[in-house]
Unconditional design. Sequence first.
Length: 316
Amino acid sequence: MRITRTRTAVGVALCTLALGTLPAWAAHAEPAAPERGTARHAPHHPSRPASDGVRRIPLQGAVNVRDLGGYRTYDGERVRYGQVFRADALAKLTDADVATLAGLGLKKVVDFRVPAEVQYDGPDRLPAGLTPTSRAISDNGLFATLMTVIGSRDPVKQEEMLGNGKADAFMRDVYRTFVADAGNRAQFAATLRDIAHGGKASPLLYHCTAGKDRTGWTSYLLLRAVGVPEHTAVGDFLASNTYRAAYDAKVREGLKQSGLMQNPDLLIPLQEVRTGYLDAALDKVKEKYGSLGGYLQKGLGLDARTILALRQRMVG
């Protein structure tokens, strides 16, 4: 897709998905580090986990990259570091960022973005010898909706489309499709199988654009499948809000200054993750499969042997 003038509606629409890149007027702004002094906020080196066990990978061109290790399971064991990483878009990494990724020893990178996202944002920048595996997971029309909303420059239309809880409701529908759509289930399942059976796929990194929804759901499933308590898995899910907050605020401010939106706060429900979104997916899980275990086994087709292999690879 060709972008003309000043990134216009299409470019800005993608950015406001919370997205992995800023538009032209803010493209060179360095992502802000999380604030000091509270859980999940203290910046730290990849080899030095935070006090709560979370190991963030600090990069200049991505803001939501983490090692999924460090969490305690029900029986007191700990998820291993260095096995699985979760991330936002990797298209804008610097040379130093690529070197940092090389130090992780990655063997496989899975990209959940749909083609329109890749077309705008660009392909992943990865260490030599790594080629991303494309496993597009539907955004339920979020990309197109944002292009329409922001491209209109019409505050009345924007309010009609996103106001009065509509943006929140839209995101809940996105999460329901993670469960209901057979194609989406196949992509999640393939990624979890890669992790379970390791081999040439380990260590593995998966990502979408913001690293919060498709990536967040995958991480929630993986953590729960290997015995991490619900409240801990939800905490990992919600941590995206901390890591993305400053960046997303800059996007909203840029939209306001450029005149594309009078009220960019309408986008906050699209930029955030919320427990209500996760609940929407879990309610659909209960409706269709009875339980999370039923979803893993019947919806994703992961048999008991695969679930056990996940545990053996990830915990110890």
